[in-house]
Design a protein around this ligand. Structure first.
Ligand SMILES: Cc1ncc(COP(=O)(O)O)c(C=O)c1O
Length: 313
């Protein structure tokens, strides 16, 4: 199954029942640092602190039998999304997270009412355990990357951007599984074909980037400290759409931390690493973007306590 623009339009009807559009601001002081006009789409203002909540709402609203419950795996923000939506729909939800998951994210997932299972070293181990739980309990296994309803939901954020500013030269999108960037290509194709969608991933976890470059879907090292981007394998559905990207770039974890500091200083914005990755890509290649009006997606604000402490150093 592929994502279509009609899917995103249908998702918009669901999302707007629960969530107002998020703000998108520019900051002259940030423009000066970036040498261009940068609009920041503030998904960090969502009730769960990240854009993923749009996808969870659409998925839960689409389930024929929400009472069957879901089992999913996540580094944290997809988890909060599923927990938030499951609570709204009165559905059971279990989330498997790596044992090293951001403790603030794990606590928030539990507070939304989901059951959290912390296990394994990374997302791959969490995925394996989630599949086992789903087989044992009969709950529906939800893939964070290969579920078309999740892509449709997150696509609504790109509708909001491009309805407000169809003239943008580019939107820079952070990538883990690629759900946001995949949806962005579909929405831009329909609303603003001249707007480039540029994906960015951490060079320490380049699975989606490398699959985009080589067209081979295989696991890659997954060593980023940016938990929202810590995905060790590409996903087939998102990769089919990522072929329509204008470009896919890599940034280092240190460049991402630098962009987090810039967002805090110049855009009054507390971002987690993944939420600053798009700005990091712009700051790493100022010449490319100079003089063009672009948007960066601040996809989340759920920084871990240790991450916050490191930012102030
Ligand atoms: C804050 C944040 N930004 C970006 C991403 C990457 O999104 P995707 O997995 O849709 O590529 C994630 C994934 O969890 C995230 O939590």
């Amino acid at each position: 199954m592929e994502l279509t623009y009609a899917d995103v339009c249908a998702a918009r009807e669901i999302v707007r029942r629960y969530l107002p559009p998020t703000p998108m601001w520019s900051y002259p002081i940030l423009d000066r640092v970036a040498d261009t006009t940068v609009l920041v789409k503030h998904e960090n203002t969502q009730p769960t602190g990240a854009f993923k909540v749009r996808g969870g709402l659409v998925l839960l609203a689409s389930l024929p039998d929400p009472q069957r419950g879901t089992v999913t795996y996540s580094t944290g923000n997809h988890a909060q999304s599923m927990a938030y939506a499951s609570r709204l729909f009165g559905a059971p939800c279990t989330v498997v997270m790596p044992a090293s998951a951001n403790p603030a994210k794990a606590a928030a997932v539990e507070a939304w009412g989901a059951e959290v299972v912390l296990t394994g070293d990374d997302l791959a181990a969490a995925e394996e355990h989630a599949a086992k739980l789903a087989a044992e309990t009969g709950a529906r296994l939800v893939s964070c990357g290969d579920t078309v309803e999740l892509l449709a939901g997150v696509g609504t954020l790109y509708q909001e951007i491009l309805e407000a500013r169809p003239d943008l030269a580019a939107i820079v999108v952070p990538v883990g599984s690629g759900s946001g960037a995949a949806a962005a290509t579909v929405v831009a194709g329909a609303l603003a074909p001249a707007c480039e969608i540029i994906a960015v991933q951490s060079s320490a976890s380049p699975a989606a980037h490398d699959a985009w470059q080589t067209a081979v879907l295989e696991p890659r090292p997954n060593r980023t400290r940016v938990d929202g981007l810590a995905t060790g394998r590409p996903f087939a559905l998102t990769q089919r759409h990522l072929r329509d990207l204008a470009d896919f770039v890599l940034v280092t974890d240190d460049q991402i931390a630098g962009a987090q500091r810039v967002l805090a200083r110049d855009a009054h914005t507390l971002s987690e690493g993944a939420g600053a990755a798009a700005l990091a890509a712009v700051l790493a290649d100022r010449q490319r973007f100079a003089g063009r009006e672009i948007a960066v997606v601040c996809s989340g604000g759920n920084a871990a306590p240790g991450e916050l402490a490191a930012l102030s150093q």
